[in-house]
Design a protein around this ligand. Structure first.
Ligand SMILES: *Cc1c(COP(=O)(O)O)cnc(C)c1O
Length: 475
């Protein structure tokens, strides 16, 4: 080890590297046998880890072993087959290696001049995505981001710049009561006031209500306001519901609104022939968020924004400071720092590229379809049971249900209490990550089944666990 240069000898690098690979391969092959959920208080964590930054060196292998044994064991595993909540992150090993390479070479993915191939692979993989969604390949464009939140922020900054310019004091933006909170966060970051946000109620299928939207826009126009943007959902996080995208796009066209579609959760389902028709109209977006670190099986962090017209991104995000003058280049050689927020960016395209090259797109199609099929099979299973009630049908691999044995005739208040308690006990057992959400004012259990390694057996074990807890709840 050479401390003056922060380097290790070749032997040391190899030993540390082999130890790392052993740990990763062991984790990937034994994950199923581990507990998915980690629980710890701040005090417990502090007692384990809080220390002054060490001035003196330690043995690299020992530090790595400590991290593998003591640190990484204290995190919930979102790629575990029994992690059903939020949106799991199934990931895949090839992309892990891609990420390791991008980090190992420390590629600067901000400009063409610093890494032509990082820019080129981002262009190539974005073209793959543009084509999947039926967005224009030549005129269209996009950018990889840290996640869906950043993609939504990038989209809404673009929408505002294109539709409002500098004066957005009268601008109004429309979204549904099921729209992901990252959009409202983005709108607030951009400096809009709360009164400029219209939350349109959804219908019984949790889709944005067209009539309510139309009325709201008309009313805002009468008041001299400037409707400028509508956010549609291509798979809500709660239920997987898809807004009527084609109809919404028509409204946007007629009303001169920017049409942003948040497909961070459901967008990947375009790869499944079975689900494709549900996403009809997605190609009409002015901007579309998808989130490769969810259902495209990439490790964190990787989001993506696609746009119908690439000029809208450069128009919004290009500044020309003198210290970047020498790398400005020409327009075909894209500087991704001109298309979004970040200047320094990691080489995210590499892991996506390597995993698609390795497994082939068809494997992704199958993996995505298997999640949709599994959720439907779970729905069938629940419907056949007299203990469980399906609250919202399986949609894009999400299923919402609750414990509700018909024979008991529990009232709503009791059902809320029971299902909340089931979830708490399951999570506390650490044997499955299964939390609640609220639908139509009811407490329900929600399973998001995008992990292609989750099996019906995992589900059956989890339902049994729930039933065991349910029988012991005092009312
Ligand atoms: C997850 C999600 C987001 C936020 O994406 P992050 O990658 O977590 O930042 C936005 N919208 C929807 C619909 C999501 O499911």
């Amino acid at each position: 080890m050479n401390e003056a240069t922060l380097t290790l000898s070749q032997e040391q690098m190899k030993t540390l590297g082999y130890q790392l690979i052993e740990a990763l391969v062991s984790h990937h092959s034994t994950q199923h046998d581990k507990l998915p959920v980690a629980i710890a208080s701040r005090a417990e964590m502090d007692s384990l880890f809080l220390e002054e930054a060490p001035e003196e060196p330690s043995d690299a292998n020992q530090v790595l072993q400590f991290v593998v044994d003591k640190v990484l064991t204290k995190s919930t595993l979102l790629s575990h087959p029994k992690s059903f909540s939020f949106v799991p992150g199934p990931s895949n090993y090839v992309s892990v290696i891609g990420d390791a390479l991008a980090t190992g070479y420390n590629i600067f993915s901000g400009s063409w001049a610093t890494s032509p191939v990082a820019a080129e692979l981002e262009i190539v993989t974005l073209q793959w995505l543009l084509q999947l969604y039926g967005l224009p390949k030549r005129k269209g464009g996009g950018i990889f981001t840290s996640g869906g939140s950043m993609a939504n922020l990038t989209a809404l900054a673009t929408a505002r710049s294109v539709k409002c310019g500098d004066d957005f004091s009268k601008a109004v933006i429309y979204l549904s009561d099921q729209t992901h909170s990252s959009n409202v966060k983005a709108i607030r970051i951009l400096g809009f006031r709360k009164e400029q946000i219209r939350v349109i109620p959804t219908d019984g299928e949790l889709k944005l209500s067209l009539n309510k939207l139309k009325n709201c826009i008309a009313k805002d126009r009468l008041e001299g306001l400037q409707p400028f943007c509508l956010i549609g959902n291509a798979g809500t996080t709660n239920t997987g519901s898809v807004d009527p995208l084609t109809e919404l796009s028509k409204i946007c066209k007629a009303e001169n609104l920017w049409f942003h579609i948040d497909g961070a959760y459901g967008g990947a389902a375009i790869l499944s022939n079975k689900a494709k028709s549900l996403l009809k109209g997605i190609s009409k977006a002015d901007s579309l968020t998808v989130d490769p670190h969810k259902w495209f099986f990439q490790p964190y962090e990787m989001g993506c924004l696609l746009v119908r017209n690439h000029k809208h991104l450069s128009h919004t995000f290009t500044e020309k400071p003198e210290y970047l003058k020498d790398i400005e280049g020409n327009t075909s050689e894209i500087n991704f720092y001109d298309l979004g927020v970040q200047l320094t960016r990691r080489f995210n395209a590499l892991k996506f590229y390597m995993s698609v090259k390795t497994f082939g797109l068809n494997a992704f199609r199958k993996a995505i379809t298997s999640g949709i099929d599994l959720a439907e099979a779970v729905e069938d299973k629940l419907r056949k049971s007299n203990k469980w009630q399906v609250v919202f049908p399986a949609t894009l691999a999400v299923i919402n249900f609750r414990y509700n044995p018909i024979a008991k005739g529990y009232d709503e208040k009791a059902l809320d209490h029971i299902n909340q308690t089931i979830s708490e006990r399951v999570v506390n057992s650490q044997k499955a990550l299964l939390v609640t959400t609220a639908l139509h004012g009811q407490v329900v259990l929600r399973m998001c089944l995008i992990n292609p390694r989750t099996t019906m057996h995992d589900i059956e074990e989890t339902l049994k666990l729930c039933e065991g807890f349910a029988d012991t709840i005092n009312l």
